[in-house]
Ligand binder design. Sequence first.
Ligand code: SAM
Length: 282
Amino acid sequence: MGFNERERAFVEWYPRGYGVGFKVKRKLFEVQTEYQKLELYETEGFGKLLVLDGTVQLVERGEESYHEPLVHPVMLAHPNPRNVLIIGGGDGGTLREVLRHETVEKATMVEIDEKVIEVSKLYLDVAKGAFEDPRADVKVDDGVKYLKETDERFDVIIVDSTDPVGPAKLLFSEEFYRSAYEKLNGRGLYVTQAGSVYLFTNELLDAYRAMKKVFDKVYYFSFPVIGYASPWSFLVGVKGDVDFTKVKGERAGKLKLHYYDPERHETLFQMPRYVRELLERA
Ligand code: SAM
């Protein structure tokens, strides 16, 4: 890699020797939590870097390139999103973006690993007060268990989890999609991050196939995300007659977005040709 010791790059090596690198100034600390190895680094120019089980989760400078496309397309396509559920998202970035919507009366965030919340509150400048928002209800629990047990019904469910291994594995299962469908209101939207378009194509296809068995309509889209082996894929499941191809521009204007562009919402659905063909045959 040619980096000297001081500039040791943090590189997420994929099987094919392809990855994303950040020059790190120093490692701030690491801890083995009940669920995963958590590492925190100071990078050169991108702020702090959060890593879970050796996989980049976010960098402070650029994390909106993930949180905006994850949150705002579904929030702006839903006619009136008041009750929102976030599964994962321990750093608070997704919660922060959801709470920017004036329609939101309650945002429940269910994160399995309390240490991620604790470290994010102490060291990361991502949540920006979201954890303290009176509309926020932050729970430490397994999202699979919570969704099965809750009596609540949601307008939007957002899965901001790690990739489908370990504690996140069941979040990409047909059984979980069925429990999510049941806990959506009559008109509801479900969105999940679905991995690297080029490197996790099989996971994207598996999740898409499973979601198509459950939701009334399923959409896929991709977005260039800083820190991830981009483009990154997202899947949206629809319950009822919500049209995900259109967003409420009047609500978008107030959000002053930086990465996702509601005025060009139709460009979101761009997918490399061979991946689109695989998805259409899935
Ligand atoms: N939001 C960040 C980003 O910019 O991509 C990264 C995602 S967030 C750190 C992923 C979280 O999902 C982790 O904190 C992990 O503990 C959580 N998670 C994984 N499986 C889960 C489950 N079954 N229920 C709840 N949270 C889970």
